[in-house]
Structure formats: C-alpha cells, structure tokens
Design a protein around this ligand. Structure first.
Ligand code: ARG
Length: 454
C-alpha cells in the first residue's frame, strides 16, 4: 500500500499505534466470504478470468483454514486483517491476488465485514435470549403456585405469584429479542461496491453480490454506506439494554438471596466464598453481571461519542468501533450463558416467600376495594383503611385481627364477610384482567411463551 506514494516506511511507533489486526483478525470469516463474492462480481465484469477467480477462491479457502487452525501468522506491519489476508493471498497465487482489490476499498470492505459480523451475532444473541427465557419459563412452571409479596420501592405492596414475576422478566427479554430483530433489518444492507466513497468506474452488479452474501438490500448511497455506523450504535444500545435487564434481575436475586429475605439460594456451583470469612456464600455471578452492565453502557457511549463530530464518509476514527463492539458482544453472550445455566439450579424457598406473603397488610388495597364494591368512593375507602392500618401498627396486631366491632366503627359497611378479604389466593384469583396475576392468566401466559419459544 505504501510502495507508490511514500518514500519512507511508517515509523514503528506509528505502526503500533494504528494497527488493528490485533483485534480485527476475528472478522476474517466475513472478510473472506466478502472477497469471494467480490471476485465473482469482478469475474462477471470481465476483470478476472475464470482461472484467476478459481485461484482466488482456493487461495482464500486455504488461508481461512490456516487461520482456523491457528497456523496463520498475522503481521502487525500490514496494519489490519484485510491487508494481511490480501498479502497472504498474493504471496500464494501471485498476480491474480493483486487484482482482487479492484473496485474496492477497505472502507466498503470493513463496513461489509462489520455488517456480516453484527448479523451473525444477532442470530447468536437471539438464541442466547431464547435459552434464558426458557430457563425462566421452566422455573415459572415448576413453581407455578408459589405466592410471594410483590414489591414497589422495595416495600411489600401486593401479593403475586413467583411465576408472575418470572414472566415479567420473560417479557423484558422478549422485547430485547424484538429490538435485535429490528436492528437486524437495518444492518441487513450490503455496503460493498461503494468503494472508498464514490463507487468505481468499474461498475459491479451489486444486487448479485447482495444475493450471494445473503443481504436483503443494497445501500443506495456510497458516501453514506462507508460512513454509516448507525447499525453499530443501535446494536450496542440493544446490548446495553439486555445488560440493564440482566442487571435488574441480578439485583432482585441478590436481594432475595440475603439472609434477611431468604427467598432464594444460589447453587454452590454459581456462588463464591470469601477468602477471609468462612461462612460467606456470595452471589458473584449476579454481582458481576450488574457490574459488567457499566461496561456495556460505556461501549455504547464510546461509539456515539466517536461518531459525533466526524465529517461525512469514512474517517480513521471509525476503527475505534471494533473493540467496543467485540467487548459488548462477548460480555452479553457470556452473561446469557451464565444465567441460562445458573437459573435452573437456583433454589426457591417456598415457605419463606409464602410466610412473607401472608402479611395481612398486602391486602389493605383489597380491603378498600371491599368497601368500594359496597358503594364507598375509593378515596374515602383509602382513608378508612389507612387509618385501620395505622391502628393495627400502633396496637402491634395484624390488620386481619381487628375486631368486627372496631371495623364497623370505621365504616358501617364492614360485615362478617370481610374475613374473606384476607385470603391471599382468593385475592389473586380475583385479579383476572389482562396482564393481572390470576392463576388462569399466569397459566395462559406460560402456555403463550411456550408456543413462542418452542
Ligand atoms: N482498519 C480500518 C478500520 O477498521 C480499515 C479501513 C481502513 N481504511 C483506510 N482508509 N485507512 O476502519
């Protein structure tokens, strides 16, 4: 690349500063697939003979096998993976290799490789999300009738089924999968053929290249195609969002695994000890996931910031997209794998959950609704019950132990049937609106997700 224009080798320190092969080498399968498709288009355009094309295809396949087996020697002085592969090809097959870069720039080449990579990773991550959702669904099914307190502000609020909680997680990860599908639609666009920024005087059949590489569409503006990293930003946002959901799930599980809650216990295989305190059993997997989410946010912000003041088309700054991208992909893939393996082994402490859910205060709203059903305006009922709750707290007796005479003084509409209110399962059974945790609804949601995930 420097042979023509330059009189001097790049300074070693400059080489080291600008090389990307130490991290972009992992894009090689996409680079090779792209080069094979490009060579086919060059053949069609009369630039390569059938024999030259065959040499290129075979040479690239051999190089690919060599990389896979770990025998390929990457040379940092060749800057990036693209130049390494091209140089190895030319060394191997001679003149034909030197023709391959006709009507192509590394600008459209790297955009192509990245899009192919993101598409492949979206497929992998979608499968990872499905495994996680399946693990959550299995837990929900196994513990379908376990009742627990639902919380807002980390204060006991109203009873729910544990399965309802688990289905809530499945919903969030379902949106993440949807977001990945949306992102895929905008990533699935062929940039190759855009050249450095303005295409080439050798016009290639880009529709055909797209078909060969499995792209749904062809980019319509060469300037835009080489400078567009929107799909990387969008993908990194999707990954940050998955991290955020995993982090919130982690936070719940960390809280529930404390001695104070005792709702769940992580299996030994997914817990860590303390180097000092012999009794400790720490939820390190969940904590690390919460921690790694910060990295995912950082990666997302780093690409946004890198792009913010870039002039149109390609600028070398864009090389900085890759490490953030790879790091987020690796991080989320690992987290999904850990959670999918960890959740089936988590122990659910039914008696602790149900003891906590038997707190009569969880049904204070039901008590107000009891009065509403007898004609009391809700605001009034809210106040009456609020006073009863305060009274119960002051006398240190539960809300459901207040004598009927005392209740009648608070509102003449209270009657002996009020005892029915303080039945948690009865309360849950009444919550039948769409989305609410009646047992029938929970069962229907489990069936719905089974159908979606199987
Ligand atoms: N390594 C570069 C990148 O990752 C490839 C493109 C280089 N293009 C250029 N004109 N220097 O972005």
């Amino acid at each position: 690349m420097r042979k023509g224009r330059f009189n001097e080798q790049a300074a070693e320190v400059a080489q080291r500063y600008s090389e990307s092969v130490s991290f972009d080498w992992r894009l090689y399968p996409y680079d090779i697939a792209g080069s094979i498709a490009h060579a086919a288009a060059l053949g069609q355009a009369g630039i390569l003979t059938a024999d030259e094309r065959k040499k290129i295809d075979n040479g690239l396949r051999e190089i690919e096998a060599e990389i896979e087996s770990g025998k390929f020697e990457w040379d940092q002085s060749l800057e990036d993976m693209h130049m390494n592969i091209e140089a190895a090809l030319t060394k191997r097959i001679g003149a034909a290799g030197a023709k391959l870069h006709t009507a192509r720039s590394r600008n459209d080449q790297v955009a192509l490789d990245l899009r192919l990579y993101v598409k492949a990773e979206i497929a992998e991550l979608s499968a990872g999300l499905r495994s996680l959702q399946t693990a959550l669904l299995d837990l929900a099914e196994q513990h379908v009738d376990v009742v627990m307190p639902g919380y807002t502000h980390l204060q006991r609020a109203q009873p729910v089924f544990l399965a309802h909680y688990l289905l809530a997680q499945i919903e969030a990860f379902g949106r993440d999968a949807e977001r990945l599908r949306d992102c895929n639609a905008r990533t699935d666009v062929l940039p190759l053929g855009s050249g450095a920024l303005a295409g080439s005087t050798i016009a290639l059949d880009r529709e055909r290249i797209a078909q060969q590489l499995g792209f749904a569409r062809v980019s319509q503006n060469s300037l835009d195609a080489v400078g567009d990293r929107d799909f990387v930003c969008e993908f990194l946002f999707c990954l940050a969002m998955i991290g955020m959901h995993l982090s919130r799930l982690s936070e719940d599980l960390i809280t529930w695994s404390t001695y104070e809650f005792g709702f769940v216990e992580f299996s030994d295989a997914f817990s860590n000890g303390s180097s000092l305190m012999p009794q400790k059993k720490n939820p390190d997997m969940a904590e690390l996931t919460r921690g790694k989410t910060g990295r995912l946010y950082g990666n997302f912000l780093s690409i946004l910031t890198t792009l913010k003041a870039l002039r149109s088309s390609y600028n070398r700054d864009m090389q900085e997209d890759k490490e953030a991208l790879f790091d987020s992909v690796d991080t989320v893939r690992a987290a999904l794998e850990v959670f999918s393996a960890m959740l089936p082994k988590i122990e659910i402490n039914r008696s602790r959950m149900e003891a906590a859910a038997s707190d009569a205060n969880l049904l204070a709203t039901d008590l107000a609704e009891y009065l509403v059903k007898k004609g009391t305006p809700f605001r009034e009922a809210h106040e009456i019950v609020g006073k009863l709750v305060a009274h119960a707290a002051k006398t240190k007796s539960p809300l459901n132990q207040i004598p009927i005479a005392k209740l009648k003084k608070a509102s003449p509409l209270f009657d002996i049937d009020v005892a029915n209110v303080f039945d948690v399962r009865r309360s849950l059974a009444a919550r039948t609106a769409i989305g609410a945790p009646a047992p029938g609804n929970v069962a229907a949601q489990i069936a719905r997700w089974h159908k979606l995930l199987d």
